[in-house]
Design a protein around this ligand. Structure first.
Ligand code: ZN
Ligand code: ZN
Length: 356
């Protein structure tokens, strides 16, 4: 955590005298402590965590690299005094998460000039986008839980179950295996519903011969996993097999291509070209992937509009799909960590079609 703050200070050097971090996830990233409120005030010389009575005991026990101060009713005054003590004249705020109301509140401090462009938010995202081995371990642990949950579900997934029951079973198994939370609301769709990439599970019943598309993830120590598998209950038709094969081939191509130094756009194209060449370009209407970490969607993005280069330590999903309205859809999602010379697939379950 100390190194993260040191690197943030380097990124802000010459741009702002201090930074005020209030976003829950960024605050956790810098302090290691989960809370729903609090302020991290970063100066080059010292970092403060100002946090209220509900969290103060835990903060004093666990956050060793910051000076922990209990928040009182006059938090603006507390901030003002610290800024004066450190001689700060400019303070960076988080443009990507602060509300207009919060920004107006901080602006009541007249002795300091606030920087409200994306300097601070971008610096934090840039740091978070490159994961350390310790962060990768947490993501891997989250993925292991999700795969264990799928394994538990596949043992009893059958025709007659509803989408809601399927989603609930995955969620139950993830928590039972030790997930701190779910990465997002579990998607479990069946039959014609699978053509809606982010459909919401309802009371539709799985029929023999249906595809069941499941997109889900677990959280371990603040880090998310993300995977999608489309399985068949019973025997798929020739068309279902064919579409699955195209999506799988597209995913394999992107998995083989993912490495540092390529753009998100190039990675997207590696999969998209295969789907387009097979005649289904129009049926793949979303981008190939997104970053995963302390949030389920973060940087880098693998889409046709992204020129940012992938770098070692990036974690990105590879999730091509083909969606045929009124018929069915297939999405297969793995996520990888970019390494020095390629990538490591953090998803261990193979992507071949599973029939139960
Ligand atoms: Zn997903
Ligand atoms: Zn995803």
């Amino acid at each position: 955590m100390k190194e993260r703050i040191e690197r943030l200070i380097q990124l802000l050097s010459g741009k702002a005298d201090c930074a005020l971090v209030t976003d829950d996830i960024n605050r956790r990233y810098l302090t290691g402590m989960k809370s729903s409120a609090g302020f991290v005030l970063v100066f080059p010389e010292e970092t403060y965590l100002i946090i209220d009575f509900r969290y103060i005991e835990r903060a004093r026990e666990t956050v060793r690299h910051c000076t922990v101060i209990e928040q009182d009713v006059h938090v603006l005054k507390q901030l003002d005094e610290l800024m004066k003590a450190h001689g700060a004249q400019t303070c960076a705020l988080e443009s990507m998460s602060l509300t207009l109301e919060q920004a107006a509140y901080f602006r009541k401090l007249k002795n300091v000039e606030f920087l409200t462009d994306n300097t601070l938010s971008q610096a934090l995202y840039d740091l978070r986008t490159v994961k350390t081995p310790a962060e990768i371990e947490k993501i891997r642990a989250a993925q292991q839980l999700a795969e264990a949950a799928l394994d538990s579900l596949l043992g009893h997934l059958h025709a007659g179950m509803t989408e809601r029951e399927t989603a609930l079973a995955l969620e139950y198994h993830m928590k039972r295996h030790g997930a701190e939370d779910l990465s997002f609301d579990t998607i479990a769709l069946t039959g014609a519903h699978t053509s809606m990439p982010h459909g919401v599970p309802d009371d539709r019943v799985i029929q023999q011969g249906d595809f069941v598309l499941m997109d889900f993830g677990a959280v371990v120590d603040g880090y998310h996993s993300d995977m999608t598998r489309t399985v068949c209950v019973g025997t798929p038709t020739e068309e279902m097999r064919n579409i699955y094969h195209i999506v799988r081939t597209a995913q394999d191509a992107a998995l083989a291509f993912a490495r540092p130094g390529i753009t998100g756009k190039a990675l997207d194209a590696a999969a998209r070209d295969i789907i387009t060449d097979a005649g289904y370009g129009e049926a793949f209407g979303h981008s190939l992937g997104h970053g995963v970490g302390m949030e389920i969607h973060e940087y880098p993005i693998a889409s046709a509009s992204r020129d940012t280069l992938l770098a070692p330590g990036n974690v990105v999903t590879i999730e091509p799909g083909i969606y045929l309205p009124g018929k069915f859809g297939v999405r297969i999602e793995d996520f990888v960590c970019i390494t020095e010379n390629g990538c490591e697939d953090l998803t261990s379950l193979p992507n071949k079609l599973i029939c139960v």
